[in-house]
Write a protein that binds this ligand. Structure first.
Ligand SMILES: [Zn+2]
Length: 494
């Protein structure tokens, strides 16, 4: 079978595009390298490879590209995928028994609102033209913005069910099992139900409603109807200004597609009944700090969650709109992380132990606060590489188990330990801080640039958590974003 991967969550309001170099930073593997570089790394690609190799399947690897969430994907990146993938498809078409793809489902590229749909359509046309009938199966992220073209041109798409995504690798194994079943018996139909609801990332954790209720109802349908092979509950990704943005449902069935479609209507009703919880409220920092001061004493840090600069949602990771005001209150025991290659370079130039005065953060664009002046001691300098402490971390869905922040520095001030990184890295695994000599367990406050994906790492060590409303393009207040293509969508609590 033919194997490929094209994985990106695209934030269309960011100015900086996602380039081929950004894929090279995370994963850009061709041919045998896909197997050599991913087997055993806890990623979805590893999940498929492990399953396939255990069964002795003949894998024809093409190209696998994955980059951190970020701005519009440049045309050349999609072209690179196509120009590698299709010649191999053409050359090996006669020996294929299936095509398996690791996708994300919320990619947008220059010139296309739906690159995954177009890719699947092209594959489907090619197979039809050659009279080849083989299953085409893809893995999707739970945050996929699914189009009808993606459904119509695949045999089955299989999405994660957990957010944080601790089941990304397991989902690829589940998809591989379904792929195997379809190679034995290709009868399958897919149905899709788009909705008008565009939910902010903070509203789609799977421990909470509405996701919890809809997922539970989906599992109950699968359990009672053996003809249903899989149901996807896809939260969507709010920061893609494309017509297919938003919450959707899909099912793969051996039975009557009309019955499967009726199930999806039932699931949509569960969503609607719980919809208000999908738009959680956030408080401003002043109000949050009043609540913190009223907390009973306890162990562990207070998490000041900064969804507006949710790195796993694509923003630059250098927003200062919480850190600056928090420092101004005079509070101590603060841990924060900022992506700021300039500041790292200044720390490196000054050397370990030196005292430096820097201007940190707020440098990427005008949406994420202003640089703040800091004076402190350079406490640690590293190459920024770390291994995940939790192999089921959300981060493994994007990167596998090895992460690289690039040259990194820890700046120690009277009030704070600030980890400065060269590349942005979402706070999904405690290995990020522990590897740099920072123990968030001992902090008073940790500023966490995430919406939901940090929870498996940080909730076990925290005293309390607050989502803070601040400036940034991953704001939970979607009404602040200049959407143009979301006609007729619901972006706030109805
Ligand atoms: Zn996701």
């Amino acid at each position: 079978m033919l194997l490929g991967g094209l994985f990106h969550e695209t934030h269309t309001f960011l100015r900086q595009p996602t380039r081929i170099a950004d894929f090279e930073d995370s994963a850009l593997h061709v041919g045998q390298d896909i197997i050599d570089r991913n087997l055993g790394n806890a990623s979805p690609m590893d999940g498929f490879l492990s399953y396939a190799l255990a069964r002795g399947w003949n894998i024809i690897p093409t190209i696998h590209m994955a980059a951190m969430p970020g701005g519009m994907v440049e045309r050349a990146a999609v072209s690179l995928f196509r120009l590698t993938f299709f010649p191999i498809l053409e050359a090996r078409i006669d020996e294929l028994d299936g095509i398996f793809l690791i996708l994300h489902g919320a990619m947008v590229s220059e010139g296309s609102d739906d690159p995954e749909g177009e890719l699947l359509r092209e594959i489907s046309h090619y197979l039809q033209m050659r009279g080849v009938h083989i299953p085409v199966v893809g893995v999707l992220d739970l945050h996929a913005n699914v189009s009808q073209a993606m459904i119509d041109n695949s045999s089955a798409l299989v999405a994660y069910r957990e957010n944080p995504h601790n089941d990304a690798r397991d989902t690829a194994v589940r998809a591989a099992r379904l792929f195997e079943a379809l190679m034995d018996d290709p009868r399958v139909a897919q149905v899709h139900l788009a909705t008008r609801f565009v939910l902010p990332p903070t509203g789609v954790g799977t421990a909470d409603d509405p996701m919890r209720a809809v997922l539970a109802a989906a599992r109950a349908i699968e359990a009672r109807d053996p003809e249903i092979l899989n149901i996807n509950v896809m939260a969507g990704y709010a920061y893609a200004d494309v017509p297919d943005c938003g919450f959707s449902l899909s099912a793969a069935t051996r039975g009557d597609p009309a019955r499967a479609a009726a199930y999806l209507e039932d699931l949509k009703a569960v969503l609607v009944a719980n919809i208000a919880k999908g738009y959680p409220r956030e408080s401003l920092l002043d109000d949050v700090l009043r609540q913190v001061d009223a907390l009973p004493p306890g162990r562990g840090p207070v998490l000041l969650v900064e969804p507006a600069d949710n790195i796993g949602g694509g923003t630059p990771g250098d927003a200062t709109d919480i850190l600056g005001p928090l420092l101004a209150t005079g509070r101590r025991g603060i841990v924060a992380v900022l992506a700021d290659p300039e500041a790292v370079a200044e720390c490196v130039a000054a050397g370990l132990g030196a005292t430096v005065s820097l201007s940190v953060g707020g440098k990427t664009d005008e949406h994420h606060g202003a640089p703040i002046p800091l004076t402190g001691r350079v406490r640690n300098l590293t190459d920024g590489a770390f291994e995940l402490e939790n192999k089921k971390s959300h981060l493994a869905s994007m990167l596998g188990s090895h992460a690289e922040m690039g040259p990194s520095a820890v700046l120690e001030t009277d009030q704070a330990l600030i980890l400065l990184t060269s590349r942005k890295m979402p706070p999904m695994d405690l290995g990020q801080l522990h590897s740099q000599g920072i123990r968030p367990e001992d902090a008073e406050y940790v500023i966490v640039k995430a919406a939901v994906s940090h929870r498996d790492a940080y909730w076990p060590i925290m005293r309390a958590t607050f989502n803070v409303d601040s400036a940034g393009l991953c704001t939970s207040n979607l009404g602040r974003l200049p959407y143009r293509k979301l006609t007729d969508k619901v972006i706030a609590r109805p």
